[in-house]
Structure formats: structure tokens, C-alpha cells
Ligand binder design. Sequence first.
Ligand SMILES: Cc1ncc(COP(=O)(O)O)c(C=O)c1O
Length: 453
Amino acid sequence: MDQDFDANFYRDLSREHPVVDRTEGVYVFDEDGRKWIDFGSGIGVTSIGGGVQPVIEKMVAQLERATFVFNGYFTNRPRIELARKLLELCAVDMGGVIFANSGSEANEVAIKIARQYHYDAGNTEKFKVISRQKCYHGNTLGSLSVTDRPTWQSHFLPYLHDFPKISAPYCYRCPLKLEYPSCELRCAHELEDVIQKEGAEMVSAFIAEPVLGTTVAGATPPKEYYAIIRTICDKYNVLLIADEVITGLGRTGANFGLDHWGITPDILTVAKGLAAGYAPVSATIVSKAIFDTIANTSGGHTQGFTYSGNPLSCTAGLAVLEYMSENELIDQARATGEYLAKRLEELRDIDIVGDIRGCGMFYGIEFVRDRVKKNPFPAEVGLTRRIVERAYQNGLILIAGMPGCVDGVNGDQLQLSPALVFTQEEIDEALRRLRKSVESVRSELVEEGVHSA
Ligand SMILES: Cc1ncc(COP(=O)(O)O)c(C=O)c1O
């Protein structure tokens, strides 16, 4: 086959993938002229849509001016301005920004910076990073160590740290079998138990996705959750790392996901929406205390990559953020998100729709066989895959959430992360195709005797 040599990580090697020709706004076209509405914005990436001329023009101008310089000897103007802009977006004064190229790298930097900060502050034993079950923080060895995705980890266990994990705030299927609000946020208080068990003197940081991403798409912790987490972190001198790789920069209808809880992390990471797919760039933003401690002790950090903060990627990031602010896209995301949330609720009339959750332009839909018992369909049914394929035939790109959200094997869910620029008409059309796809797969399940009408 034409693509046999292309071992693309996500590619099902048994079939050809369409070859993309162009992206325009929220649409994707392939070389055969087929057209799709992209309801995943890549995978939570292309928040301003494709083909935005002001961004492209600024990138071309930058390439004509300067391509690459060695980070060890030079900085560059877009990099300085992008760092400044990111700091402006934070709710409180943060200390500095470290650039990298992907979300995994940004989280890797966050883990290492947390360790360096404690070391420089004289807490030399602190190194453990606590995270949550059902989380995803990336695919490099450090970020994979704090991830909970067994199918992606199993081959590499000898390389991974066995870091502790607390229960996920997955209220639809509370892992502690409790109910909000009578649970009194037991899942958040678990952090204190685990810190005490591991020894506070050993624990460096707690990392979390403010709104859960691909593993339990759209699960949104209750309003009290992060204040409890923040208090526990402060009590034990444990840094709070917000992995805003997907939730950052407008996706949830705010600058950052944690803004909804009014909580400030010590470190936050952003990636996907930062340059919105126009170039790879990610950033780790650190507090003043971290910045100053490292500056006054080690004198600097060693978390660089060759391409960190390169002029082209930073120009793309800056141009995207400028475009978002000129067009008030975060306000638009909030407003369109409310419309999307309301329209998504209509899908509850399909009896296999179990849960719809999320905020802004970031939602998850979980499917069940029986709404009362919340039983999932067996994994062999391949429900999510079938819905995604049916939608694809219907001209709609959907992102499959990780399979196995219920017990690691079973559990079907979609992640909806449309571009912030979707109009209501485009949302309506996407939802029409989504409903059609879900209903047609549901009818098939009835015909196959897998589901009763
Ligand atoms: C919350 C979160 N963190 C980290 C990552 C890893 O980012 P990347 O794939 O850019 O390395 C992702 C990617 O999906 C993510 O959703």
C-alpha cells in the first residue's frame, strides 16, 4: 500500500488513511476532494481553525527575517513577546516561562523544575509526583510515569517511575462509590492521605488536568475540589502543577481551566492551542517563588531542547494569541460553548447516551448499554470506533476518547473539542451529523441483538 512505510503512531496499519490536502476554518479536505467538519479541532489543537491569513503572514515574514539561532547564544523577539503575553494571561503574577515543543515535553519540564526548586530550596529529598487515576500527561518517560493509561504504559514499565495516584474526580462513576455533595470531596482529601503515606518530605508535586482530557473526556470536578487540593499542597509544601495542555488558552471558555475554580497553580503547562497547529510550541509557566529560588541558587535551569523557543514557533504562538484577543475568541468560546452544551443535552433522548459533561468548547459523551445501571457495552462491540467511522462517512470528524473508561477495558466515550471559531450554524450541522451517526450505529446494535429497542 501507498502508506506501508509510514508507521504513524495512531495509524491503523491495515488501512489507508486519507491524505489531507487543505484545512479551511473548521473544515478538512483530502486529496480526493472529500470534506469533513472537524469537531475535534485536530485533537484539541486548531482552536482558531485552519488557513488564518494574519497568522500565516506573520510566520512567513518571520521566516524571511530570521529562521533559527542557537538558544545558548541568542534569544529572539517573538519569544520574549510570547513569554510576556503568556504571563499577562495568568490570573496572578508568575515568574517566568520555559518553552518546549509538545505537551509531553512541557510536563517533563514541569516535573524537573519542581524537583530543582525543592532541591535548591534545601528540600533535597522531594522528588515524587502524585497524579490521578485516569489521567493523561504525555508520552515521554517522565510524563508517562505520571499518566494512568495501562495500554500505553505496559511495554515500558521498566523505564517508568511507579508514582502514586489518587482517585479521579469522575462523579458519573465515582471510584469511591460516593455521591456529590454528601461525599464531601473525599477524592480530593485522598491527596493528603497519600502525601502522608509517601512522606511529605519525599513529595515534590501534584499534577492534574483541570478538566479531565482524553481518558475521561470532559469530567469536571465539583466547585470545591481545587480549593481543597490547593490547601493540602500548601500544607505539605507540595507544588501544584496544572496540566493545561488541552484546557489552556480558551478551550474551556476561560484563559486557563483552573480559572473556573479561582485557583492558581505553582506551575502550569500549555501546548495544543498555544500556536493552534500552526507550529509546534509548548510552555511551562512557573511561579515567582520557583523562578527566584532557582535564579538565586542554581542560577538557571537545564530544561532546554534544540527547538525550544525558536522564532517561527513563537511567532505562530504570538500571532495566534493576538488573533484570539483581537477577535475576542475566548468570550466567543464561552458563548458558543453554552449553546453547544444546551444542544448536546438534546442527545439524551438517545438511550445509549449515558453522560454528557464538560464546559466551554470541551465535552465528553459517555455511552452505556443501560442508563440506570450504567453498564457499558462490551469492548468487542467497538461502539466508539463504529460511531467515529460512521461520522467520518457522514462528513464529521470525531475524536474517540480512550477506550476502557469504566474498568480499563470496557467503556465508550467521545471527546468533543471543536475550534473556538465554530458558528452556531456549524455547530447545528455537526450535531445533526453526530446524531445521525449515533442513531444509525444504535439501530445496528438492535439488529445485532446487542441492544434492545
Ligand atoms: C492533558 C494533556 N497533557 C499532555 C498531553 C501530551 O501532549 P503532546 O501530545 O503534545 O505531547 C496531552 C495530549 O493529548 C494532553 O491532552
